[in-house]
Design a protein around this ligand. Structure first.
Ligand SMILES: Cc1cc2nc3c(=O)[nH]c(=O)nc-3n(C[C@H](O)[C@H](O)[C@H](O)COP(=O)(O)O)c2cc1C
Length: 207
């Protein structure tokens, strides 16, 4: 099969099931009015570890110029990325509901807040990990045709990391099998991390 992406037979679900699994950035923010917001973004990833930087991407919704998360990040210059795990899959999904600006999805989904240290927004108390972030840049990509939507990619620098003590092993490493992060595939499909394998780098491998 060969398909140009401007061909009407191209479907977004084809792309999202191929570029997968995608980690989920469960992003908490506050608005200029101080109200909290929480939403998942699977067009999310780390882009560097030293310095620690990450990104997530917003597709313009039909009812507003952009998603509340991005509006809040532009207004405050801050956000927090919480780890979405198997145990938190239902509340995470509940926070993706389309609700009017100013609705606090923490309250909507019955999620307890915990304070951050360097940013003003709250984090998800029950999540094993939270990454406090300062905005580096928002890059806007206007739609290039009627079938497309505007996108905005948010780049942030991680300024602090919260890890619940019970998820650190004896060597101080994050116990990913205990946390069981979930990842997004196409459609409504997800994966959960349940097994690991290791492949040492070639002895002379660089970088
Ligand atoms: C697992 C999951 C991943 C999602 N990933 C994205 C994404 O990468 N980009 C996006 O624009 N919306 C994504 N969404 C939809 C948003 O979470 C949803 O539009 C949400 O209502 C946005 O909230 P906000 O307006 O409060 O920011 C995702 C939803 C789910 C359940």
């Amino acid at each position: 099969m060969f398909l140009a992406t401007h061909d009407p037979r191209y479907r977004a679900s084809l792309f999202t099931s191929i570029v997968a699994p995608r980690p989920i950035g469960w992003v908490s923010t506050i608005g200029g009015d101080g109200r909290a917001n929480l939403a998942p973004f699977s067009f999310f990833n780390g882009i560097s570890s030293t310095p620690p930087m990450l990104m997530f991407s917003n597709n313009k919704p039909e009812d507003r110029p952009e998603k509340d998360t991005v509006t809040n990040v532009r207004a405050t210059g801050e956000f927090c990325v919480n780890l979405a795990t198997w145990a938190l899959r239902e509340p995470m999904n509940a926070t993706s509901d389309t609700v009017p600006h100013g609705v606090d999805e923490f309250a909507l989904a019955g999620i307890e807040k915990a304070p951050c240290e360097f940013v003003r927004c709250p984090r998800v108390a029950a999540s094993p990990v939270a990454l406090e972030c300062k905005l580096l840049r928002v890059v806007d990509f206007p739609a290039q045709g009627e079938r497309e939507r505007d996108s905005a990619v948010v780049f942030g620098r991680v300024v602090a990391v919260h890890i619940a003590d019970e998820y650190l092993d004896a060597q101080g490493r994050f116990d990913v099998l205990k946390a069981q992060p979930i990842a997004r595939l196409g459609g409504f499909q997800y994966l959960r991390v349940e097994s690991l394998f290791e492949i040492p780098r070639p002895a002379k491998g660089g970088g």
